[in-house]
Design a protein around this ligand. Structure first.
Ligand code: SF4
Length: 355
């Protein structure tokens, strides 16, 4: 497990300037990317920059994290999932009855170029203002909320002390039974999984019914010995580890890439959970692929995995309509040779059965 230096030093030393980064990479400087950087800032920790350099300018990591002039294309939505309509307190989004998103911070360990919040993170807005008392009083008045999902930005940007303070406050509400963190830190800046954070998780596990960490990763080449060790330390706490992946053109839009990623998750004791269809976000449309393309890939993936290892393929319907399944086998996988009739499925062939 990485313990060499305090994680905040790695955070402070991250590349924020395009010229500095390209000086380190030793690649030809793309002048045109300066305009992109002004709209969508760069943030890349040094360890990730080293991996990026090893992979080269045409690698998957360069596509995920380096500015690209296609980000300036005007197509796409500023708020593709429309969750602002469900903001109930300055840091709280309540869209589904039993769970609420707690937007703890706007800061991340890396700036992903495909991010669905890229137009919100580039500015400061009310989604990330702090008024924790309002969040607590909303939750007191809404006991139907049983799960708090720490999101952002990335919630692990907060110090262990601050996280513990929030957890204690949520722990005083009898209606809150489950906690979940959605984070990219374990993969991007594994030093963040320090002894203090593991202790915070241990205390949370003793109090809440479930504690989950949903780890965001999109490609097997994001993993190395260091982050695998940090994820191993998380797994050793006994909390639930879940995966979260965005399907991205040019990054993981092949059955081979997705299968390799799922196998890596299983190796690291991460339960495959979400495969997100990409959001139609302004500045990220070059990562977009159609639903038909995504469904065709997912159909092939389903045929190669046991049922328990298949992530849910989901899409956030633009306009704030929420997350729904992006795949319906009755209308896609078996079209033409299967019919659902009064609850009975009549099959001429079963090309994608998943035991
Ligand atoms: S870590 Fe998540 S919220 Fe942060 S930039 Fe990447 S995709 Fe966006």
């Amino acid at each position: 497990m990485p313990t060499s230096r305090d994680w905040s030093i790695h955070f402070r030393e991250a590349f924020r300037d395009l010229r500095d980064l390209y000086g380190f990479l030793g690649w030809e400087f793309p002048e045109g990317h300066l305009r992109v950087e002004r709209s969508y800032p760069l943030f890349i920790p040094r360890a990730l920059a080293r991996k990026l350099k090893d992979q080269g300018p045409d690698g998957v990591l360069a596509r995920e994290f380096l500015p690209d002039e296609r980000e300036l294309h005007p197509a796409g939505l500023l708020d593709p999932i429309g969750d602002r309509a469900y903001q109930r307190a300055p840091q709280l989004i309540h869209r589904y009855p039993s769970r609420a998103l707690f937007t703890a911070t706007s800061v991340c360990p890396v700036n992903c170029r495909y991010c669905f919040r890229k137009n919100e993170l580039a500015v400061t807005n009310e989604l990330f203002q702090q008024d924790f008392e309002e969040t607590l009083s909303y939750l007191r008045a809404h006991p139907e909320v049983s799960e708090i999902i720490f999101t952002g930005g990335d919630p692990l940007t907060l110090s262990n002390e601050k996280l513990e303070k929030y957890l204690m406050a949520f722990g005083e509400l009898p209606s809150i039974r489950d906690l979940r963190f959605h984070t990219r830190y374990p993969v991007i800046l594994p030093e963040r999984i320090d002894a203090g954070f593991l202790s915070v998780l241990g205390k949370a596990s003793a109090h809440f019914r479930t504690v989950s960490v949903a780890i965001h990763a999109n490609h097997v080449s994001e993993f190395d010995e260091e982050n695998s060790a940090a994820i191993g330390a998380l797994a050793a706490t006994g909390i639930q580890l879940l995966s979260q992946t965005v399907l991205l053109r040019g990054v993981n839009d092949s059955c081979e890439a997705l299968l390799g990623l799922v196998n890596k998750f299983l190796e690291l004791k991460i339960r495959p959970y979400y495969l997100h269809h990409p959001d139609q976000v302004k500045g990220g449309m070059h990562f977009y692929l159609s639903l038909e393309e995504g469904r065709s890939l997912y159909q092939k993936l389903r045929g190669l995995l046991p049922g328990w290892a298949i992530p849910l393929y989901v899409i956030d319907v633009p306009g704030g309509h929420g997350k729904v399944s992006a795949f319906n086998p009755e209308t896609h996988a078996y079209s033409g040779n299967l019919m659902a009739l009064n609850g009975t499925i009549i099959s001429a062939a079963e090309p994608n059965r998943t035991p």
